[in-house]
Design a protein around this ligand. Structure first.
Ligand SMILES: Nc1nc2c(ncn2[C@@H]2O[C@H](COP(=O)(O)OP(=O)(O)OP(=O)(O)O)[C@@H](O)[C@H]2O)c(=O)[nH]1
Ligand SMILES: [Zn+2]
Length: 189
């Protein structure tokens, strides 16, 4: 499962070199000689999710409470500045006919995080993907992240943490289920 086309590292290296020179850096200095190539590889890595198989199992026991993976670490790039935003995701669902391999909850976060993003869209894409693939009874996603474009530059509001959530199915429509999801997430904080 691949979200992005293959990057052209040679072209990206050349462009990184031009960018650094335009920013006033002296690329004749030996310490920066390899930097454009590392920048190209670094951004390519941040924009390329690892491939994975979507492994599901029949829900033979009829498990119908929440399964939640808390504190999944993630990093993405804000689409405005291409600076990182970094945090944790709490991703849960209430199974229907099938349950998902647990690691896939972290894989799907990475799938959508490895592209230019806003936190709101990233949150919704994770929830919508799980809803579409698993047809569960409910889905809940909470993301907490620090945006470097907000904490290291610009307004420089150091330590600010942004929280977003997306709820689908029963987690959205049933007040008690919604409350239970947030309680289970908060219990891990
Ligand atoms: N809603 C949303 N906004 C984001 C996200 N990441 C970054 N931003 C914001 O995108 C906005 C871009 O605003 P601009 O005014 O075009 O950019 P700017 O001049 O660099 O703004 P400042 O950051 O205020 O200096 C900023 O307010 C960022 O904080 C995100 O995930 N969601
Ligand atoms: Zn930004």
């Amino acid at each position: 499962m691949r979200g992005t086309p293959e990057p052209d590292l040679a072209k990206a290296t050349e462009a990184a070199r031009d960018l650094l020179i335009a920013l006033g850096l002296d690329l004749a200095d030996d310490v920066l000689a390899e930097t454009p190539g590392r920048m190209a590889k670094g951004y390519a890595e941040l924009l390329t999710p690892r491939e994975f198989d979507l492994t599901t199992f029949p829900n033979d026991e009829g498990y119908d409470e929440f399964v939640i993976a808390r504190r999944i670490p993630f990093r993405s790039l804000c689409e405005h500045h291409l600076l990182p935003f970094v945090g944790v995701a709490h991703v849960g669902y209430m199974p229907g006919d099938r349950i998902l391999g647990l690691s896939k909850l972290a894989r799907v976060v990475e799938l959508f995080a490895c592209r230019p993003q806003v936190q709101e869209r990233l949150t919704m894409q994770i929830a919508t993907w799980l809803d579409g693939r698993l047809k569960p009874k409910g889905v809940g996603v909470v993301l907490e992240a620090e945006h470097m474009c907000m904490t290291l530059r610009g307004v420089q509001a150091a330590g600010t943490n942004t929280v977003t959530s997306a709820l689908l199915g029963m987690a959205r429509t049933d007040a008690r289920t919604r409350q239970e999801f947030f309680s289970l997430v908060a219990a891990g904080l």
